[in-house]
Design a protein around this ligand. Structure first.
Ligand SMILES: C[S@@+](CC[C@H](N)C(=O)[O-])C[C@H]1O[C@@H](n2cnc3c(N)ncnc32)[C@H](O)[C@@H]1O
Length: 183
């Protein structure tokens, strides 16, 4: 079962499903208004790349996402690292710190978001909400989750632009895996 609020994203999921031996189902829903039949329905909830920064209130996000787990179920998060919010890969000096780690969001953009190559046209306005690791971990704990694993990695799981930080002088934290168990 996969959940996303965007019909176009779910269409793409169905295209991929057609090429896979698995038969997942998909639900179009805002995570803040999940259908009640998803409550306590799963042993594992997986949140992958590029989700948490679209959430204006990280505590509210965790409270809603945690509802999908049965007691003892595990939330697994594989996300981009908040450290990268301080760097600008398009800057003339991409290794220079460009923003505060503790910046108050949202970062408002009207550029098309692209994951490979460059975007050319203007798109709809988007609101990116930086959240530090402390906020993320506290959000999970407040939602009744017990952190069971946390590890950081120096490889990129972001847009291609960020690949430059894999080949620099220093290893920087680029992504992380966090697992947490519903009490
Ligand atoms: C960067 S994409 C995630 C891509 C996916 N994790 C992957 O790796 O392919 C972010 C997704 O979050 C979805 N999204 C953002 N806010 C949401 C919300 N409030 N409820 C449900 N889905 C949301 C967007 O529609 C978008 O498909």
């Amino acid at each position: 079962m996969g959940v996303d609020q965007a019909a176009a994203f779910l269409d793409q999921a169905l295209e991929l499903t057609a090429r896979s031996p698995h038969t997942p189902t998909f639900v179009e829903a805002d995570v803040h208004e999940l259908p009640a039949n998803l409550y306590e329905a799963f042993d594992v909830a997986l949140i992958t790349i590029g989700v948490l920064n679209w959430m204006p209130d990280i505590k509210a996000f965790f409270a809603h996402a945690a509802k999908t787990l049965r007691p003892g179920g595990t939330m697994v998060i594989y996300e981009t690292h908040p450290f990268l919010e301080m760097l600008d890969p398009e800057s003339t000096d991409p290794w220079r710190v460009a923003s505060s780690y503790f910046q108050a969001g949202p970062v408002v953009e009207d550029k098309v978001i692209v994951y490979e190559g460059q975007g050319e046209a203007n798109g709809v306005t988007s609101y990116w909400h930086p959240h530090g690791l402390g906020e993320i971990i506290t959000g999970a704990i407040r939602a009744g989750l017990r952190i069971s694993h946390f590890s950081e990695y120096p490889h990129s799981n972001r847009e291609e632009l960020y690949d430059i930080y894999e080949q620099g002088y220093w290893d920087v934290p680029m992504c992380y895996i966090l697992t947490a168990i519903k009490m």
